[in-house]
Design a protein around this ligand. Structure first.
Ligand code: ZN
Length: 232
């Protein structure tokens, strides 16, 4: 992997914009092209990074008409103000989260050069999921049904192409950050995504992966038995 962000084609008209090294505030985007405009999965943390992404996106796809926010964290939402009048799709709780800063944010988020960008609230919200069908391409946006990385995660699944954009439900080569959600719920979300049997997995941070997701799941430690030790 180079140090420069790259637009990586993962299927016909489908791209992952991967920002090395996938560390703090350095996330990935998805871009799904179509004659009816492109769909972006997330934006970036800063003005500079989002402008770089939009320039790369304009080189391979139609103008962006829809933005799916996989969750409310600033690395995935800050650049939304640079997208113009697009439809913004997210889980219902993302709208609530974007109205107020996370109570832990001042203690855990180091200051960074954000530039002139700000998150924008969703224009379309859902509880369990929504299916988009621009140009008859099917795009499933699903909440795992439980808090996981946050309370309002979405993953984006393209069933025809078998491409899965996980948002921060998957970190590749980095340590997951679970202060806003539920590690136990997260395990369920991983099971749910593994059951889709994706061929390409675009994580929220880090390199694009493949069907090794189920094997990664098996390496996770078991959830402790709530009954505690010494009881049948
Ligand atoms: Zn992130």
């Amino acid at each position: 992997m180079t140090d420069e962000p790259m637009m990586q084609q993962v299927a016909d008209g489908v791209w992952a914009y991967v920002q090395p090294d996938g560390g703090w505030m350095v996330n990935n985007m998805g871009l799904i092209d179509g004659a009816d405009g492109a769909t972006s999965v997330d934006v970036t943390s800063t003005e500079r990074r989002t402008r770089d992404y939009l320039k790369a996106a304009a080189g391979v796809a139609a103008p962006i008409r829809r933005l799916v926010l996989t969750h409310s964290h600033p690395d995935h939402c800050n650049g939304a103000s640079l997208l113009g009048e697009v439809e913004i799709i997210a889980h219902r709780t993302v709208a609530d989260d974007l109205r107020q800063p996370h109570p832990l944010a001042p203690h855990i988020f180091e200051p960074f050069e954000q530039g002139d960008v700000r998150p924008r609230p969703p224009t379309v919200v859902f509880d369990t999921g929504v299916t988009l069908t621009p140009d008859s391409r099917r795009i499933d946006v699903r909440h795992p049904g439980t808090p996981a990385h946050t309370q309002g995660d979405s993953y984006v699944w393209l069933p025809e192409e078998r491409v899965l954009f996980t948002g921060d439900l998957v970190f590749s080569g980095g340590t997951p950050f679970a202060l806003s959600g539920s590690p136990a719920g997260w395990l369920g979300a991983l099971e749910q995504m593994a059951a889709l049997r994706p061929e390409v997995v675009v994580p929220g941070h880090g390199a694009v992966g493949g069907p090794e997701l189920p094997r990664a799941r098996r390496r996770l430690p078991a959830v402790p038995d709530r009954r505690g030790p010494g009881r049948a």
